[in-house]
Design a protein. Sequence first.
Length: 337
Amino acid sequence: MKNKPILVTGGAGYIGSHVVKLLGERGETVVVLDDLSTGNADAVLYGELVVGKTGDMELVSKLIADKGIDTVLHFAAHTIVPESVSNPLKYYANNTCSTRNLLQACQDNGVSNFIFSSTAATYGVPDESIAACHEELPTAPINAYGTSKLMSEAMLRDLSAATDLKHVVLRYFNVAGSDPDGRIGQSTPEATLLIKVAAEVALGKREQLYVYGTDYPTEDGTGVRDYIHVTDLAGAHLAALDYLRNGGDSTLLNCGYGHGFSVRQVIDAVERVHGSAIKVIEQPRRAGDPPALIAAVDKIHRTLDWKPSFDDLDTIVRTSLEWEKTLQARRHNSNEA
Ligand SMILES: NC(=O)c1ccc[n+]([C@@H]2O[C@H](COP(=O)([O-])OP(=O)(O)OC[C@H]3O[C@@H](n4cnc5c(N)ncnc54)[C@H](O)[C@@H]3O)[C@@H](O)[C@H]2O)c1
Ligand SMILES: O=c1ccn([C@@H]2O[C@H](COP(=O)(O)OP(=O)(O)O[C@H]3O[C@H](CO)[C@H](O)[C@H](O)[C@H]3O)[C@@H](O)[C@H]2O)c(=O)[nH]1
């Protein structure tokens, strides 16, 4: 029997578009709901794109009912941490209140499965003695972005306890890289994430890379993160979908590789893969950055049938650089036209 259609909110964005691609390649029927605030229509390689907002309960209810949707993958959100500090209500409105409306529409229309994009930012700044963040660690977000996501986790937990809805919360660590076929990638215009910024510096879109902090208690003094390739992360969503369809209980899982790289190691990889040095300027620490953030991954491996294929820093960096070249060529062509 054919599976019912899947609603993917935020499917025109960076991570959502990679998940839509894998779902489409597997023959799933996909409906993307995206307001295109940061996403791009041409990143939606499969399925139907509906332009609209997750907070629009009437639209979402009608969509779920008309299409016979029984599974929702919820990526739509604002994602820029510093902006969430300066404009917190924007984050609570879009990430928390809109998610509440989306969940109401799911409840009203008997949606069975829900997969939610959460973040390691829910852990805040873990104690330095903690080598890897387990899912049971107390949560302590230090910015409105992390809190807005944690509040959505709580709504989902409570709704699943009260109804037949089953969910998987995926707490992503640092997502990077792009589709190895080169068709989609991260297009955020004012990116702040390390590997994206480093790739832009390598290709001359920016002058230099600032290294935020060289006095951390890490091996080389710079911050350490668990970078996961976006295609592996996308694969974890398909595994979570299969888990729920096979009757799995609601659960919460870290998504990472379980080991990390420092800022200096990332810079070395960019220079190695690109073949030339990039200009680097050392800066003081950035407020709110933990020294190291590594995922404990035993639970995801125990729970899902998921095997990463791109657990290699040079591969992550290479696909990021290739995508940056594609964006550069597209900019060049549109300037010429
Ligand atoms: N990129 C990361 O490193 C990272 C890490 C942890 C968690 N996440 C989470 O993953 C999800 C996807 O992030 P991303 O990096 O792909 O960001 P993105 O900005 O590329 O994608 C978000 C998408 O959601 C859409 N959108 C935003 N608000 C909407 C709304 N109210 N209704 C409909 N569409 C809306 C945007 O247009 C965009 O296409 C987010 O929930 C984010 O919090 C991302
Ligand atoms: O230009 C830069 C950008 C980053 N960094 C450093 O690189 C590391 C990674 O920083 P990112 O900005 O790439 O990512 P964060 O770890 O700050 O945060 C990201 O990952 C988190 C989970 O770990 C959340 O999901 C959050 O949404 C997402 O922005 C940090 O040590 C940071 O100080 C620099 O030195 N220079």
